[in-house]
Design a protein around this ligand. Structure first.
Ligand code: SN0
Length: 314
């Protein structure tokens, strides 16, 4: 594997699962791959799980890691082409990226949607500049449109908890005080479409995800109907794609509650975290034995390591 920016970079779902379970069983068994190799993790946005789980994954593989928070530690980086750089940004990505690439063997980059232009975000302007200029493999630690390290961990978690061959998996929009990217939802749908699970997406009108991610996936606008018989409820807020980046609703009748979970087939509750308690999900649901959000987050280490292993193997 050269770069990792979407499910399309993985040889197959079978290989992804096989590698993840191999790494989970034997986390320190592949240190020959990482010896004397270095990863630089570049963050344009905040992180807790991605930073710690990916760094831990590199340590398990015997690699070294350097972390750069662009909005605090480094020069502010210009990303527009052809601009006169007489403003507040002293360095261009065109130099910064290849320089970083000279210091390491893998670059991780987190660059969320900026909501300035849907076209810029959906062309993955920042991640693609890294892919084009790094000279070393690039791992997306959440781009503008996808969060593939998260989705990979989501898949592994569902595989571990599923009780039937083809579980009903429901991605439910939930309210939130701020405008969040569509990345986690897009990427989850993209990964789930590679499985034979029964996937249903539920959200209010106006929150339709981009057609290139949804394909022919079923949308059920009635959240309670969607929850009926579900084996997994994956809650996530995202802002509107059609009215790009807008918050069209903060309707708390979409919060995931005990009453709604009672409609499911004793479903497990999932969320990528961080989560706004009693906005996205009630305390009662996230604190219940059916909540698997901590195991889901723990699998981030496993799948980050699986990705790095596949990259180091070439
Ligand atoms: C990010 C998102 O893409 O939705 C990262 C999720 C892994 N989430 C947030 O930015 C949440 C911030 C908030 O204010 O709750």
């Amino acid at each position: 594997m050269k770069n990792y920016t979407s499910v399309k970079d993985i040889p197959s779902i079978e290989k992804a699962l096989e590698t993840a379970f191999e790494v989970k069983k034997n986390p320190f068994g592949f240190q020959h791959l990482g010896k004397n190799k270095t990863m630089v993790m570049v963050f344009f946005n905040s992180s807790l799980r991605t930073r710690l789980s990916t760094q831990k994954a590199t340590m398990n593989l015997g690699m070294n890691t350097m972390v750069m928070n662009v909005n605090g530690d480094s020069w502010q980086l210009e990303s527009e082409m052809g601009v006169v750089m007489d403003g507040d940004k002293p360095e261009h990505l065109l130099e910064a990226i290849p320089v970083i690439g000279r210091y390491c063997d893998v670059i991780g980059v987190r660059a969320f949607a900026r909501f300035e232009s849907r076209e810029d975000d959906y062309s993955e302007k920042i991640i693609n500049q890294f892919v084009n200029y790094a000279g070393v493999p690039v791992v997306s630690m959440e781009g503008a449109t996808r969060h593939p390290l998260q989705s990979y961990a989501d898949l592994v978690t569902i595989e571990e908890y599923k009780k039937v061959e083809k579980p009903k998996v429901v991605l439910s929009w939930a309210p939130h005080p701020r405008a969040l990217p569509q990345a986690v939802a897009n990427s989850f749908v993209e990964w789930m479409r590679e499985t034979d699970y029964d996937l249903v997406v539920t959200h209010p009108e106006g929150y339709e995800l981009a057609p290139e991610f949804m394909g022919d996936v079923k949308v059920e606008y009635d959240q309670k109907k969607a929850f009926e018989g579900a084996d997994f409820i994956y809650a996530k807020n995202w802002s509107s794609y059609s009215e790009y980046g807008k918050v069209l609703s903060k309707d708390i009748s979409w919060t995931v509650t005990e009453e709604k979970m009672a409609l499911t087939n004793n479903a497990k509750f999932m969320h990528c975290l961080p989560v706004r308690r009693n906005v996205v999900v009630s305390d009662g649901v996230i604190d219940s034995p059916n909540s698997i959000v901590i195991d889901q987050a723990a699998n981030r280490e496993v799948t980050a390591q699986a990705v790095l292993k596949m990259i180091l193997e070439g």
